[in-house]
Every structure is written in structure tokens, then in C-alpha cells.
Design a protein around this ligand. Structure first.
Ligand code: NAP
Length: 320
């Protein structure tokens, strides 16, 4: 099969499109013929080998795995002997290691692709939408009628977060740059703050939860606009070679140790029930993936370079 591979860490030029062996099917595995994949920040970190503090897990001198990519949508080719659902021929979306390839072995938690979304739209969903859902519902404990602010509302996670927060019944304030104001409104945000003109931490507002995707503010700034007993949910932070977003996360968590307001960080996890919930949200039209650009498999390096600039509008999708 054709797959994007790399043999060392580096800028996206290290990526190459090569012919390699298809992944082996485990007894509990699902082999999917990939029709589309999408990029996430984790792919950028994986390719560049940053932050260095993560290298004990990803490979100290070079990457442990040649393959990259997580998100995919495609058609089930074969299932292991322990799998009863899905079945060969089903169209599905989910996550798997090495999705930037013609075939991928899916992780647990693959869901049926709704008929009303394309493979490209479905491939945009898994990591970003699971992150938004789990951040808002589980870690922010967002309830209907509550006020939530999404800082970084225009990228992969943020565009899902605005829509999912609305689906959860919240009043949503989206923070983005000038060119994305209209997009945030069309996704359903009740209020939009342009961060190039206004500092949301000086807005005088009060929120029951903040989903901080951009990681652009300190704890002392964020707590000014958090209601008592409310939560700052940290999703990401600035890139950096040594610690990456972990420096920002550690600083905020330490500063927030005392007081009635909380700061939490989490890593999104794949699971069947949440993928099924996302399928329902797509089917009902409450969530519509925002795909800014489409690339071919041979153009992954270009796509990753653009993602690395940090100003994608929604998701970048790769047609396989
Ligand atoms: N914890 C987890 O499980 C998890 C999962 C997925 C992603 N993440 C993290 O979440 C972060 C974002 O991921 P993503 O996929 O959404 O990235 P993305 O698609 O690259 O989007 C980044 C967005 O941030 C906005 N932005 C940049 N500077 C900003 C600022 N100062 N204030 C507000 N918005 C700003 C950009 O919009 P403008 O162009 O308008 O500036 C852009 O739309 C990354 O750090 C990633 O590592 C964490």
C-alpha cells in the first residue's frame, strides 16, 4: 500500500510517500481502506519530534514508528475473528496509528459514518471533536443554560467546540481573530470577541467554564472572568522545542492550586460511546465539520507546514 513515512524527526520535508506492507490484522482489529484522513497538532509534534520531553515515549534518537496520522474515514476491508461490529463493507470513521496511508488498523471506538457527511468531512471529526466534547462535557461539566468561553474558536478543536457547546445548551462566547468572526457566528456562537482588538480577560464577563484551546492567557488573567467554583479547561498551549505546551499547562495548574476556581488539563481518549454521540450530532446536523483545505496524499508535507503556522481555519483534510 502507499503510505506517508519518515525515518527521522524534522520539518515536514522528512515525509515521503512510499510503497510499504499493509498493516497486520489483529483478532480484535478492524482493517479500514482509508478514503480520507485529517491532520491534528499531534501529527506536527510527532513529525518534528517536539517537545523533546515527550521523546522517551515517541523515540529518543528517532521516531519509533515510521507511520504518522490518527484521524481517518473509510470502508472496512476486513475484521479480526473477535469482531462482530462493524463488518466488511461498512463506512466508518475513527482513529488509528498511521492513518496517512491507504489502509489503517483502527483503534477501538470506530463509528459508522453518517450518510449525510462525506468521507472528507467525517475524517475531520475524530480527535478534534472528541477533544471538544470531552473538554466541555466531562472536564468543564458544562450544563444547559451555562455560559462558556472558547479561546481559540477558529481552528480544528475550536470550530467543533463552539458547535458542541451549543448542542449542550450553553451560551457561547467565541474568541478568534478578525478574519474568523463571521465563521464563529455562523457556527452558532452567541458572542464573538476579536482577540486582536479586545482582551477577553478584561471584558467584564463571567463564565461557568472556559475551554482554552489557544493557551494564550495566564491563570491570573483567566480567573478574572471565571465564576466562583468554575473551571478553566486547558486543551493546548504555545509550541516550544523543550516543553511545548507542557510549560504553560504546568504554570497554570500550579498557580491554580488554591482557590475555588479550578484549572484542569486532559488528553482526549477514543471510546465507542463518544464516537457514537459524535455520529448522532453529525446526523442531526447539530455539528458540521469545517474543512478549510483539501490535499492529496502526496501533499501531506505542504498541509503539515500550513498547520504548523498555527492559523488553520477549521480542519485540513487529506484525500487518500
Ligand atoms: N488535550 C488534548 O487532548 C488535545 C487534543 C487536540 C489538540 N490539542 C491542542 O489544542 C491546540 C489547538 O489544536 P487545534 O487542532 O485546534 O489547532 P489549529 O487547528 O492549528 O488551530 C489553532 C487556532 O488557534 C487560533 N489562535 C492562535 N492564536 C490565538 C490567540 N492568541 N487567541 C485565540 N486564538 C488563537 C488560530 O486562529 P487565528 O488564525 O484566528 O489566530 C487557529 O484557528 C494545540 O495546542 C493542540 O496541541 C490538545
Amino acid at each position: 500500500m502507499k503510505a506517508i513515512v519518515r525515518d527521522k524527526y524534522g520539518q515536514p520535508d522528512v515525509l515521503d510517500l512510499q510503497e510499504i506492507e499493509q498493516p497486520e490484522l489483529a483478532d480484535d482489529g478492524v482493517l479500514v481502506r482509508v478514503r480520507a484522513a485529517s491532520l491534528n497538532a499531534v501529527d506536527w509534534y510527532d513529525v518534528t519530534g517536539t517537545p523533546w520531553i515527550a521523546r522517551p515515549m515517541t523515540g529518543l534518537r528517532g521516531p519509533k514508528s515510521r507511520l504518522i496520522g490518527v484521524d481517518f474515514a473509510g470502508t472496512v476491508e476486513a475484521v479480526g475473528k473477535d469482531v462482530t461490529d462493524p463488518q466488511p463493507g461498512d463506512d466508518v470513521f475513527g482513529g488509528g496509528s498511521g492513518s496517512l496511508a491507504e489502509y489503517v488498523c483502527a483503534r477501538p471506538g470506530v463509528a459508522r459514518k453518517p450518510a449525510n457527511v462525506t468521507f472528507e468531512e467525517a475524517a475531520a471529526v475524530p480527535v478534534a471533536a472528541l477533544t471538544a466534547l470531552q473538554g466541555l462535557r466531562d472536564h468543564g461539566q458544562l450544563q444547559p443554560g451555562q455560559k462558556v468561553l472558547v479561546n481559540g474558536a477558529s481552528g480544528g478543536v475550536g470550530t467543533f467546540a463552539v458547535q458542541i457547546a451549543k448542542a449542550l445548551g450553553a451560551e457561547v462566547t467565541a474568541v478568534c481573530s478578525t478574519r474568523n468572526i463571521e465563521q464563529a457566528g455562523s457556527l452558532g456562537a452567541d458572542h464573538v470577541i476579536d482577540y486582536t482588538r479586545e482582551d477577553f480577560t478584561r471584558s467584564g464577563g463571567r463564565y461557568d467554564a472556559i475551554l482554552d484551546v489557544a493557551g494564550s492567557k495566564s491563570w491570573s488573567q483567566c480567573r478574572r472572568v471565571l465564576s466562583p467554583h468554575s473551571t478553566l479547561v486547558i486543551v493546548g498551549g504555545p509550541k516550544g522545542p523543550l516543553l511545548g505546551p507542557l510549560g504553560h499547562i504546568a504554570r497554570v495548574r500550579l498557580a491554580a492550586l488554591r482557590g475555588s476556581q479550578k484549572a484542569v488539563f486532559f488528553v482526549a481518549k477514543f471510546n465507542g460511546p463518544d464516537m457514537d454521540l459524535l455520529r448522532e450530532l453529525l446526523e442531526s446536523g447539530q455539528v458540521k465539520p469545517v474543512v478549510e483545505r483539501r490535499y492529496d496524499l502526496g501533499e501531506v508535507a505542504d498541509a503539515l507546514r500550513y498547520l504548523g503556522e498555527g492559523h488553520a481555519r477549521g480542519k485540513l483534510v487529506i484525500s487518500v
